[in-house]
Design a protein around this ligand. Structure first.
Ligand code: ADP
Length: 283
């Protein structure tokens, strides 16, 4: 996992072969609607060199917020999507064979620390335990990293910032973050926005008309309140945005909501039918 061999895409970001996303500061500021006072919190944490942990369900704008803030602070953003195989080597770096030579390649964490970038570790609790151990000295006053393969300790650039996300509902009883890790971060809770804000987000993201946005938001809230359905994860803003985009581009309304909202939520036939029925009644 290195930052080499990146391919550019049309958002001013590039992705390497391992799926690490590097966003450059010259990309257009993404649209982000503030929900609480998270922009001020991030600003102050950045000034005070404090790491941030963003907690909340999937699709509630965590990644969009970090992209927006990196852009606002004028910093490059490196995003690592953590999964069960993500190891400290993936983050710190490794030796690779190049022709007849062995060369050291910095991983995304080392790169971000040296350059003063913002490193976003999405779904940090998914990563292997050695990742958590490696980041501990980075998250306190030391702001340093020991690279055992080089026998070197590096100090973070003054602008380096670590941001991590964590989905408490999803990881319940499975992969929890230890209190000793959580207490190293300033933490922000993200949740589904109020109907008024969610409607604005839908309209901004898809250009769908107000009436449709209102109906989609009502569907979202209705399903979120149907706790008896026992869904692992309920309707996110992302799913509603997807439905709005499909409707905006001409797909029939009911079909759009079935494929963008109902189908991604469950495979259980009866629950799926209930959700589709609710959607059909409301749009
Ligand atoms: P997460 O990282 O929490 O899984 P994302 O940041 O990927 O969620 O958000 C999913 C989508 O929802 C975004 O692409 C955007 O369209 C929309 N979205 C959610 N919250 C907001 C917000 N506050 N402002 C703007 N867009 C939002």
């Amino acid at each position: 996992m290195t930052l080499n061999n990146q391919t550019q895409n049309n958002t001013g970001s590039s992705t390497d072969a391992s799926g690490i996303l590097v966003s450059t500061t010259d990309m257009k500021t993404p649209y982000y609607h503030q929900i609480n006072q998270e922009v001020e919190v991030f600003d102050q944490a950045f000034q005070n060199k404090l790491p941030i942990l963003i907690k909340g369900p999937t699709g509630t704008g965590k990644s969009r917020f970090v992209e927006y803030m990196a852009n606002k602070e004028g910093k490059r953003l490196i995003t690592v999507s953590c999964h069960e195989e993500t190891s400290s080597t993936d983050l710190i770096g490794r030796y690779i064979i190049k022709g007849a030579e062995t060369v050291w390649i910095d991983g995304p964490l080392t790169t971000a620390m040296k350059n003063g970038d913002i490193l976003y570790m999405d779904e940090i609790a998914e990563a292997r335990p050695d990742v958590i151990v490696a980041i501990h000295p980075l998250t306190d006053h030391r702001r340093e990293l020991f690279i055992d393969k080089l026998g070197e300790t590096i100090k973070a650039h003054k602008d380096f910032m670590l941001v991590a996300s964590f989905n408490p509902g999803y990881q319940k009883g499975f992969k929890e973050l230890k209190p000793s890790t959580r207490q190293r971060f300033v933490a922000l809770s993200f949740d589904y926005p109020s109907p008024k804000i969610e409607m604005e987000i839908l309209q901004n993201e898809s250009n769908v008309d107000k009436d449709i946005a209102k109906k989609l938001v009502a569907i979202g809230n209705k399903i979120r309140n149907l706790t008896e359905l026992g869904l692992t994860e309920t309707v996110s803003t992302r799913l509603l945005v997807d439905a709005a985009k499909l409707i905006r581009s001409g797909l029939p309304k009911r079909l759009s909501v079935h494929v963008a909202v109902a189908e991604p939520l469950t495979d259980e036939p009866q629950t799926l039918q209930t959700i589709k029925d609710v959607c059909d009644l409301m749009i």
